[in-house]
Design a protein around this ligand. Sequence first.
Ligand code: ZN
Length: 254
Amino acid sequence: MQSEKINVTVWNEFHDDKRWKIITDLYPGGVHEYIGKILKEQNPDFEVTVSTLDAPSQGLSDKLLDNTDVLIWYSHVRDHLVEDSRIQKIIDRVVHEGMGIIFLHSGVFSKLARTLIGPRGGGAYREIEELERVFVIDRSHPIADGLPEYFEFPASEMYSEPNDIPTPDELIFISWYAGGNVGRSGYTYKRGAGKIFCFTPGHSWYDVMRYPEFHQVTANGVRWAKPVQKPAVQSCGRIEALIPQRTEQMKIEE
Ligand code: ZN
């Protein structure tokens, strides 16, 4: 039996990539093209589409969104431009229909992430190309499949505690940085029928996203976040009793 394809959409704000040659030298075509290419090459069961915020329908038409099992969002400074109606449509897909979503790096601070997951405060960060050592702390979690006890990105941007995020449902990775700080770097939430994975390494000026462990985590995240099933939309609003009931009013009328 042929296994079912997972429809993955890699959506990038695509702003820094167009202005900094150093980014496209590392990630040809932009972060979305690079991540999309890697996911496609390494995972034959993924059907990958890439899109950008500057495309028509902000790169995420209703048709594309309806056909997406897992959305990967990468943003830095243009996340506030995503229209409220687009955000609501994405949230509906996640919460009501079980679409998975992965927030990479600064995407965890985005308007979309804050609206979907809940209000968050700030987080500490530093850009000095320091070593990041990512420890797997939930070894039985599917997102940790195939990974060693810890792995490293030699030049990374630090995202450390204090990091005022809603308490995650699951904490999978914690990062230690050569500068001495630590931070939660891989964690999950569930909202309604949908699964959410946040992975903080990945500053686009650095080569973090070129490492095999980054590819493994992202692919594992897609497999974990895909809809568990595709149920018909469940009844919401006022519904009839599954087992007919006699109300007080009926008793009076009898
Ligand atoms: Zn960054």
